[in-house]
Design a protein around this ligand. Structure first.
Ligand SMILES: Nc1nc2c(ncn2[C@@H]2O[C@H](COP(=O)(O)OP(=O)(O)OP(=O)(O)O)[C@@H](O)[C@H]2O)c(=O)[nH]1
Ligand SMILES: [Mg+2]
Length: 301
């Protein structure tokens, strides 16, 4: 079955839980414990899950529960665009059909360096799709505890993570925090995490669904579009400046007839030109928008 076909079986009576996070943070590993189907798990450094896909869970409550596995974000908006567009397309299509997201599991590798700029960017990207009003629907699942040399250090990290990275920043200090450590071989814990989240959450409207389905905004009017576009333009500006510097340095290498240096500058220059081109393509894909065609077809139909 193709990934997009997996969504056809979902009905408005069902419960959906969305799994999000950086590439390789353990989303698919977790879902594997709760469903009968085999969820492909990554073995390489590159992202394993290619597009969002729904998996029916083994019974967890009196309603059918689906987990939506999503491709991980990889910290650069340029590469993240296709993932964002795919997630946005699926969320809007489901919402337009009356299928609601009840909970979101945000996976975080506890062994990575704390609050790097890139992990903040991933969080900020996702929150512009999900919305910050969904504090009761969000649970942070921390993984890779086995990679820490000292579990106490992990506990302190997790505490700080919740205060300074997730709940404190996103929802304010009074928000009720929900964080679960998860061991990749522990199926019973996966089930406990899922049932605890389901006990506490209800049908949620994510910000992207409210913007594009309820308020009929175009993708260009959404906060995720504005955020990604501003980020791409900032990176493009930095590339332009670097290229200008390289050109000036190449010019002096020509004047000084320094062939070795000139070759290095040229190589750097072509690397940046290539990246600039990729950025242009990314901006273009972003502007062409989401998988709204499916949504528009549904709304027209
Ligand atoms: N050591 C360790 N490995 C883990 C843990 N969780 C997941 N893994 C491994 O990390 C790799 C990536 O896990 P996935 O479940 O595919 O991660 P993902 O978040 O689905 O990744 P994408 O689909 O690329 O976004 C796999 O080889 C898992 O076996 C963990 O807590 N500890
Ligand atoms: Mg995956």
């Amino acid at each position: 079955m193709k990934a997009e076909e997996s969504f056809q079986a979902l009905s408005a009576r069902d419960i959906c839980v969305l799994a999000v996070g950086v590439t390789g943070s353990g989303k698919s590993t977790f879902i594997n414990h709760l469903v009968d189907e085999e969820v492909p798990v990554g073995h390489l450094l590159s992202s394993e899950t290619q597009s969002p896909r729904a998996y029916e869970a083994r019974p967890l409550c009196d309603r059918k529960v689906w987990f939506i596995d999503t491709p991980g974000l990889d910290d650069t908006s340029r590469n993240d665009i296709d993932v964002i567009l795919a997630i946005v397309g699926v969320l809007n299509e489901l919402y337009a059909r009356g299928v609601r997201i009840f909970g979101v599991l945000y996976f975080h590798n506890i062994s990575t360096a704390r609050f790097t700029g890139s992990s903040m960017k991933t969080r900020d990207l996702l929150m512009r799709i999900l919305g910050s009003s969904m504090s009761t629907a969000l649970a942070v699942v921390t993984t890779f505890w086995d990679r820490l040399s000292n579990a106490d250090d992990g506990a302190a990290r997790a505490e700080q993570l919740m205060d300074d990275f997730f709940y404190g920043v996103l929802f304010g200090s009074s928000a009720h925090k929900l964080m679960f450590p998860f061991n990749p071989v522990d199926g019973a814990t996966a089930r406990n995490i899922a049932t605890t989240l389901l006990d506490r959450c209800g049908a949620t409207t994510l910000v992207i669904q409210s913007e594009m389905v309820d308020h009929k905004l175009s993708f260009e009017e959404t906060s995720i579009y504005r955020y990604v576009r501003a980020d791409l333009l900032k990176v493009q500006e930095e590339y332009k400046k670097t290229l200008q510097t390289l050109l000036a340095e190449a010019q002096s290498a020509i004047e000084e007839k320094d062939a070795e240096f000139l070759a290095i500058f040229r190589e750097e220059q072509s690397r940046y030109e290539q990246r600039s081109k990729e950025l242009e393509h990314a901006l273009d894909r972003l502007t062409r928008g989401t998988g709204t065609t499916q949504l528009e077809r549904h709304m027209e139909g």
